[in-house]
Design a protein. Structure first.
Length: 360
């Protein structure tokens, strides 16, 4: 296992990048702590695979260095990095049996036969393929083949890091949940440094200790699922994490007061905000009211999603979402919304800012 350091890292696919927008991966400094499980989360094209390929050695960055436990591996080939990788689509040897496929990375390293047997058996149980160990991979479903790929990724215990690039895309939904649980258990048992690329927030939030959110080639926040929920550092994080995502209200900020349209909102401190200023409030912190306090709002529709209701409202021509408890009575004369204490984040040009004198 290793600590992985990204030092001044950036990458452009262009031969002569001139400006920031030419970079698929914008400058990044980060330590992936030894033994932590990370999810790399973001929408399609935000640079996740570029970053993962730089860490694995499939791509040499146009700027900066990659260090494994302090050793510079920036230009080292993948084979010299001692990592295990699992890709979106299965990589298996069709003519080999499931057992031989799983044993392959261990045989390559000339491991003792009894130890190979033990590990193959253990991984086969994890991926629920003990009964098929002696079947040829050829003829198995894509789903089963991907489970073999995952098993091969997990079979070695001495790797510097385990890298997963959207590994559950071809797996059926029930098995997805099962495998994610197994991966988490594997991490718990062996303490590998794991980086798991996904565009699915559920996958990221259930798997990882820390989620690294990328947007437009930039890492916009690294945090625990709770931090991403409570204090999104960037409006994209607020929008991307949560279902529905965080609401944004254009606001004029003057010290500890925000004006949203004609309404006044009291803030938890005094903010020095410039540029495009907005309040971010998650649907869970929006309260419906029918009094004269708050921001004028009209209910458009109510969606019952089982455990709770999602109320869609019109606020100044924009759709806003609120979450109401399953049994909550939603008054027909609802004409305002207010914000629950502690539920407001303040943004200037899309980045979260803190009150003057407060810790971030
Ligand atoms: N080989 C390449 N040559 C040129 N541009 C590329 C290359 N690979 C990726 N890009 C561009 O770099 C940007 C980041 O792509 P990347 O594949 O890293 O994103 P991603 O977040 O992994 O997306 P996805 O989830 O769709 O795989 C995109 O704009 C993409 O078009």
């Amino acid at each position: 296992m290793a600590k992985i350091t990204l030092d001044n890292l950036a990458h452009s696919y262009l031969p002569n990048p001139q400006q920031e927008s030419d970079f698929a991966l914008k400058e990044l400094n980060h330590d992936w702590v030894d033994g932590e499980a990370y999810a790399l989360l973001g929408s399609s094209g935000c640079g996740k695979s570029t970053l993962l390929n730089i860490i694995s050695g499939l791509l040499i960055p146009s700027q900066g260095r990659v260090l494994f436990d302090g050793k510079d591996v920036t230009t080292a080939p993948t084979a010299d990095r001692n990592i295990a990788q699992v890709f979106q689509f299965p990589v298996v040897y069709d003519t080999m049996s499931v057992r031989e496929n799983l044993a392959f990375p261990l045989k390559n390293r000339k491991m003792d036969t009894a130890e190979i047997k033990r590990r193959v058996q253990k991984v086969a149980a994890m991926i629920d393929m003990e009964a098929q160990l002696d079947h040829k991979a050829r003829g198995l479903t894509a789903d089963a083949k991907q489970k073999i790929s995952l098993g091969r990724g997990m079979v070695r215990e001495d790797v510097n890091a385990l890298l997963f690039d959207e590994p559950l895309t071809v797996i059926d939904p029930h098995m997805k949940w099962e495998l994610r649980t197994q991966l988490k258990k594997l991490h718990h048992d062996f303490g590998h440094t794991m980086i798991y690329v996904t565009h699915d927030q559920t996958e990221a939030l259930t798997f990882a200790d820390k989620v690294v959110v990328m947007y437009d080639g930039r890492v916009v926040q690294i945090g625990t699922p709770q931090e991403l929920f409570e204090r999104p550092a960037h409006t994209f994080v607020g929008y991307f994490i949560g279902s529905p995502g965080m609401n944004l209200f254009d606001a004029q900020i003057d010290g500890n007061v925000a004006r949203v349209g004609d309404a006044t909102v009291q803030l938890d401190g005094s903010y020095a905000a410039t540029g495009k200023t907005q309040l971010g409030v998650r649907p869970e912190f929006i309260r419906l009211s029918s009094g004269s306090d708050g921001i004028p709002a009209t209910i458009r529709r109510i969606e019952d999603v089982g455990r709770h209701k999602i109320v869609r409202l019109d606020v100044g021509g924009k759709e806003i979402s609120a979450v109401a408890a399953e049994g909550e009575n939603i008054a027909a004369d609802t004409n305002r919304i207010t914000f629950a204490p502690g539920g407001i984040n303040v943004y200037a040009d899309d980045w979260r800012i803190t009150p003057q004198g407060a810790a971030a």
